[in-house]
Design a protein around this ligand. Structure first.
Ligand SMILES: [Zn+2]
Length: 115
């Protein structure tokens, strides 16, 4: 493995540093690796907030604030149900959890509040 990043233009792996810029021996492209890293970094991660605007985290305990219908079940998850050890995900239902009597399911963060 090379200690230098591959050429952003031609993906050549035999790049080297001339002490100032990175140089590609294949296409003679020169670039500043520091700049490259900056443009690649993407740190816009959406925070997941509960109904009150508090940020939720993996492992939190939350309380359901309204009755939620459950697919494949005749009874809803009742408002006031405590849900322990949630796991945050990217989906439309952004909380993964297990609820007694229902098993694994997804919740929307807007329908819970931090316990
Ligand atoms: Zn190149």
């Amino acid at each position: 493995m090379s200690e230098f990043p591959p050429c952003p233009k031609c993906k050549c792996e035999y790049t080297y540093s001339n002490g100032f810029l990175m140089v590609c021996p294949e296409c003679f492209h020169e670039w500043n690796p520091a700049e490259e890293v900056e443009t690649v970094s993407d740190t816009t991660s959406d925070k997941i907030l509960d109904a009150n605007g508090n940020q939720l985290q993996d492992g939190d305990t939350v309380v359901v604030i309204k009755d939620l219908p459950v697919k494949g079940s005749s009874k809803p998850v009742k408002a006031g149900t405590k849900v322990k050890n949630i796991r945050l995900t990217d989906g439309d239902h952004n909380i993964d959890c297990k609820i007694d009597g229902f098993g694994s399911m997804g919740l929307k963060s807007e329908y819970v509040r931090k316990a």
